[in-house]
Write a protein that binds this ligand. Sequence first.
Ligand SMILES: Cc1cc2nc3c(=O)[nH]c(=O)nc-3n(C[C@H](O)[C@H](O)[C@H](O)COP(=O)(O)OP(=O)(O)OC[C@H]3O[C@@H](n4cnc5c(N)ncnc54)[C@H](O)[C@@H]3O)c2cc1C
Length: 243
Amino acid sequence: MVLLPDSAYGRDVASRLSARHNVGLATACVGLSETPKGQPLAERSVFGGRFIERVTWSAAPRLATLKAGVFAVPPAGPVRRPTLLRRDVAREARVCVVSVEPSKTSGRMRPDIEEARVVVAAGRGLGTAERMRLVDELADALGAALGASRAVVDLGWLDHQHQVGQTGRSVAPELYFACGISGAIQHLAGIGSARIIVAINHDPEAPIFGAANYGIVGEVEVILPRLSAALRAMSAEAAGAGE
Ligand SMILES: Cc1cc2nc3c(=O)[nH]c(=O)nc-3n(C[C@H](O)[C@H](O)[C@H](O)COP(=O)(O)OP(=O)(O)OC[C@H]3O[C@@H](n4cnc5c(N)ncnc54)[C@H](O)[C@@H]3O)c2cc1C
């Protein structure tokens, strides 16, 4: 069985391998287990996260791409020493990374939303592009990645690579802040694997509160600066205590 990360690169390599060698491929797996007969079984999240599909392979070898962050880290077992096969692939590569630059809308280098431990996501409730500064500040205070609802991407406040949800990307952070996001089913489809969800919304009936572990009912323009200031004060205090 060949396992690859479900990243843009992993999906690219996996689909090429599958096509060239006529090997069965299960993409975006959120679980791996065995059938009662001991055959590998993969789980995939489908229909916007409403169903889990279980698939098997008719023959070996088997190919799968695994979603980042959805597999619990198992306790350390006995140290295994796999055989490492080293190949110089650089000469064969037809594509190479020329440079890595911050996206135009997020303005600086931040973790990628699919790999980040903390994601601060902006919704239409921020009201204006100017207020994106408030989510920026919270993301800075937490070292977080920036996420967005589709409404925010459609408004041009952030690039599509930041969009979380059914037609965006799926995230699995330890902590997800939904700021001024209503919690449409298409958005929730992308945050099913987030461990803790904190929602800030001025409407106590907003559906996002149904998915959140913690909810703050209030205006984002009031809550966000307070949260960022409190976090900055905590880091300053921790840095002072460490001196
Ligand atoms: C086929 C399809 C695919 C889609 N894919 C996606 C997807 O991948 N991702 C996605 O996100 N959406 C997707 N959508 C769109 C989705 O249905 C919603 O329209 C979108 O998620 C709404 O974005 P929002 O929550 O930012 O905006 P809104 O729904 O407008 O919600 C804004 C929220 O902000 C709150 N608010 C307003 N002002 C304030 C304030 N001052 N302080 C605090 N709260 C405030 C409001 O109470 C409201 O709950 C898709 C839709 C379709 C049909």
